[in-house]
Design a protein around this ligand. Structure first.
Ligand code: MLT
Length: 270
């Protein structure tokens, strides 16, 4: 479905099933489709809400992006769906950064967090310079060369070649303007390390065993900073476990989601 936000932008959003809402927030430069298997395998008592973030997927390209605006978009999507209370948020990489911003500014809308292969720190000066050069290159040369340079770090070496080809093609469809805008948004992201100790909702931290972008050691630091958080490491995965190891990722996710809200015999997945 199409959900208008911020008065002027139509976001594409897949909504499936009934029950307690769980919002799946994709990374950069990905799209909601990265959660297709995860949403299909979700617990029977969950309603899956899977947006294409501003600029990404079937949502219109964006010339300028901010993490805070993308977080506000998620709140507006919940409002538009008539969900006034909190939801579970599952965020990968940039999606996890957005989920942390939700906890910072809209904690009443967050009932639990899953932070997968993501970052809590601000960008380093070297990292910010690199992201600015990615933005410039996308605007100068188009999306495909940027994606080709990025892909070996995004997907682990063990990923099925057909899956790699599919995601190469989908990522390369992201507009150069969006790649540039998201790179700048990531470069300007706030430091959330101090926020981690304030997280009081149930939280699962997920790492990919072979992730070189947000390696397990960095995810363990996030886990250690969040009181009472659970942790799962997905074997044989790079930076995108829901795409690379969908079954193992869903098992870890569903264990968490059903622990915080068990499925009953009356729940039926639609
Ligand atoms: C993502 O998947 O969202 C990106 O890898 C984010 C990043 O480059 O930090």
């Amino acid at each position: 479905m199409i959900i208008p936000v911020d008065d002027s932008t139509d976001l594409s959003c897949d909504v499936r099933g009934h029950g307690r809402p769980v919002v799946f927030v994709h990374g950069f430069p990905l799209r909601g489709l990265m959660w297709a298997r995860t949403a299909a395998m979700r617990p029977a008592n969950r309603r899956a809400i899977v947006p294409d973030l501003r600029g990404h997927g079937a949502s219109p390209p964006a010339r300028s992006l901010r993490i805070e605006r993308m977080a506000d978009d998620l709140v507006e999507i919940l409002d538009a769906l008539g969900i006034a209370g909190p939801a579970d948020f599952v965020g990968l990489s940039m999606g996890g950064i957005i989920a942390l911003d939700l906890w910072r500014r809209h904690p009443a809308r967050v009932s639990s967090l899953v932070l997968c292969c993501t970052r809590a720190d601000a960008e380093s000066p070297e990292g910010a310079a690199l992201r600015r050069s990615v933005a410039d290159r996308a605007l100068r040369e188009g999306s495909a060369p940027v994606i080709d340079a990025m892909l070996p770090r995004v997907l682990g070496s063990g990923v099925d070649p057909a899956v790699r080809g599919l995601w190469r093609g989908l990522m390369a469809k992201t507009s150069p303007a969006t790649i540039a805008a998201a790179s700048i948004a990531l470069a300007k992201r706030r430091d959330s390390t101090g926020l981690l100790g304030t997280i009081s909702c149930p939280t699962l931290v997920v790492a990919g065993e072979h992730d070189v972008i947000t390696p397990p050691a960095s995810m363990e630091r996030i886990r250690d900073a969040i009181p009472g958080s659970r942790y799962a490491m997905i074997a044989a995965s790079g930076h995108i476990p829901p795409v690379e190891q969908p079954t193992a990722f869903s098992e870890a996710l569903n264990d968490f989601l059903t622990e915080i809200d068990p499925v009953t015999p009356l729940d039926r997945r639609a």
